[in-house]
Design a protein around this ligand. Structure first.
Ligand code: DHE
Length: 552
């Protein structure tokens, strides 16, 4: 568990908002500060609890503990879920240690006994209050490291940038840039805390990473050694970042703007994509899609994608179930069309035509389809329990042109027909995955491949979570279950193809030996394993060409 434990050490030392208050155990820690009438936690314990909550719980229960995909965790309750004070330490422990059938993972064995004990007390006291983070605060964090005028105008090397891989080293708060042709590590760059995703610029030159702490890092691949050229912080807690991909008649918008979505505060921020200068902030709080009278303050921004055909970003607001189509032609005063759909919106991707965006509404067991150029809701499709597609996978076979999602809550894939004809916008085929339970996070394919790859990262069975399943795109039969090689140890997560579509990279994390396992997509044999001190709980991998062109 050494690398995984290191992650928690990193959490304690991380630069996230919650840790800004105190990172070190104070010498006079024994003097307890009263934190609520019912319980008392020291300042150190409050900070540590906040940090564990921020990393492990906020994604589902909300940054302010008011509930999201998971229930609220408030001392006095919220009328829907029990007061944590009434559940008490023993009741909370049962949930933390065992998880729930609704999809909460078991934290026993992942959190230490001390951490579990702390969380059973932390969750019974009032959550810390988030300070404001507005345009002026965001601008204060903005740093141009290499001005545009000082950057090279063409690559300073002969390498194939299209086949670069940006790889997240989550626990180290770093991003590695690897040459996909030679498999050489070109740079390991210090980025935001526990980077969540990378996106690439429309020109295929820059990578942008976003940390859980909302820190955006812009990486230039033109220098011999890829280099950080600008940084800014968009929020305290974030998951998504995207560039403007619409060229426009005169190339006006190509690589011009960048957007980042905030979990906390719940807003999106538009930046100049070349310098990261913040241009505007738009709050996403509002009424929910289902006519609920309740005003949702914590309306977190989940996935964001850029249209290739219009100056539009699709911004998916989790708790309200509203899809915002944000027009970036006036980035300081962006206008949005808000489409009510279903709750809670999470991750998604384009269909093969790149006209329709499909996004999981995971609390409703549905996939929402938006016709982006026509700015309207196209369909809402019933799928399985807690869909989790990543960006999904586009395949074509006898059932038609399909977009595939897996599920967290059950072991099956749902294949939605996306082309015209009988069955369009319905699940025309389900695929049963091996073994019991769900736990799938990502699916991936490539137009040149006959394979669909599926992970089972959050399945409690080690035999399943340390393997990936390969499915025949034509027959939709399972071909093989690939257990990760002995050199690595942990859970297999997230697949990415190389540009040619003949190699698949899989990360192994949350175990003793992290690594990147590269498979030959035809033979399904291991081609190479990338390991080393610099490979620290690798998670997402983003091939420059495939990310730029939305190939999945
Ligand atoms: Fe993710 C994508 C949110 C947990 C690895 N994750 C996303 C996106 C969102 C999201 C909104 C879509 C971004 C986009 O397309 O614009 N993820 C969340 C959570 O809220 C959640 C459930 C809990 C949390 O607190 O973060 C969560 N995610 C995880 C993990 O535990 C993973 C496996 C490792 C980690 O980072 O801790 C993880 N998420 C990823 C990856 C992607 C992602 C690799 C990008 C997939 C892609 O191919 O685009």
């Amino acid at each position: 568990m050494k690398k995984f434990k290191f992650f928690f050490l990193a959490i304690l030392l991380g630069a996230a908002f919650f840790s800004c208050k105190s990172d070190k155990k104070p010498a006079a820690d024994d003097a307890k500060t009263k934190a609520s009438d019912a319980l008392s936690l020291t300042k150190y314990e409050m900070d540590r609890g906040s940090q564990i909550y921020f990393d492990r719980c906020a994604g589902c229960h909300g940054s302010t503990r008011k509930g999201a995909t998971g229930p609220s965790l408030l001392p006095e309750g919220d009328g829907k879920f029990a007061a944590t004070k009434d559940l008490g330490a023993a009741g909370l422990r049962v949930f933390i240690e065992n998880g729930t059938p609704a999809g909460m993972p078991e934290w026993k064995g992942i959190l230490s006994e001390d951490e579990i004990e702390l969380m059973t007390r932390f969750l019974q006291v009032d959550p810390p209050v988030t300070p404001p983070f507005e345009l002026s605060h965001i601008t204060d964090t903005w740093k141009v490291i290499v001005p545009v005028a000082d950057r090279p105008t063409k690559p300073m090397h002969k390498r194939n940038i299209d086949n670069y891989f940006g790889v997240i080293m989550r626990d180290a708060g770093k991003v590695a840039i690897i040459d996909g042709d030679t498999k050489e590590k070109l740079a390991v760059l210090k980025t935001g805390f526990a980077v969540h995703i990378l996106r690439s610029s429309a020109s295929g030159r820059y990578y942008y990473s976003i940390g859980r702490d909302g820190r955006i890092t812009m990486i230039d691949t033109y220098p011999k050694v890829p280099q950080i050229v600008a940084e800014v912080r968009a929020s305290f807690d974030a998951r998504s970042v995207e560039v403007s991909k619409y060229k426009g008649p005169k190339g006006d918008f190509y690589d011009k703007y960048l957007i980042a979505g905030g979990y906390n505060p719940s807003h999106f921020v538009i930046f100049d994509a070349q310098t990261l200068e913040p241009l505007s902030v738009t709050k996403t709080s509002g009424k929910a899609c289902d006519g609920d009278k309740e005003f949702v303050e914590e309306a977190r921004v989940a996935s964001i994608v850029a249209s290739h055909t219009d100056p539009i970003w699709v911004v998916n607001v989790k708790e309200t179930g509203m899809v915002w189509l944000v027009d970036y032609t006036d980035p300081r005063n962006p206008q949005s069309t808000k489409i009510p759909s279903a709750r809670f919106l999470h991750d998604g991707g384009w269909d093969a035509s790149e006209r329709y965006f499909l996004v999981a509404a995971n609390a409703s067991n549905k996939v929402v389809v938006v016709d982006v150029p026509n700015k309207k809701l196209e369909a809402i499709v019933d799928v399985g329990i807690k869909p989790h597609p990543g960006r999904g996978a586009n395949i074509k076979n006898k059932w038609g042109q399909l977009w595939v999602t897996g599920h967290l809550g059950e072991g099956k894939l749902a294949c939605i027909k996306t082309d015209k004809g009988k069955g369009q916008w319905t699940v025309v085929k389900e695929v049963k995955l091996p073994g019991n339970g769900g736990g799938n996070l990502f699916v991936k394919t490539h137009p040149k491949s006959k394979h669909l790859w599926v992970d089972r990262t959050l399945n409690p069975d080690a035999a399943l979570n340390s393997a990936v399943t390969v499915i025949d795109v034509n027959t939709l039969e399972v071909i093989k279950q690939l257990t990760m090689p002995a050199e690595v140890n942990g859970r297999a997560v997230h697949m990415e193809y190389n540009k040619a579509g003949d190699e698949v990279w899989v990360s192994v994390f949350m175990g003793d030996e992290s690594g990147l396992v590269i498979y030959d997509d035809k033979t399904l044999k291991v081609k190479q394993i990338i390991q080393g001190d610099w490979v620290e709980n690798a998670t997402g991998k983003f091939n420059m060409y495939n990310t730029t062109h939305d190939i999945y």
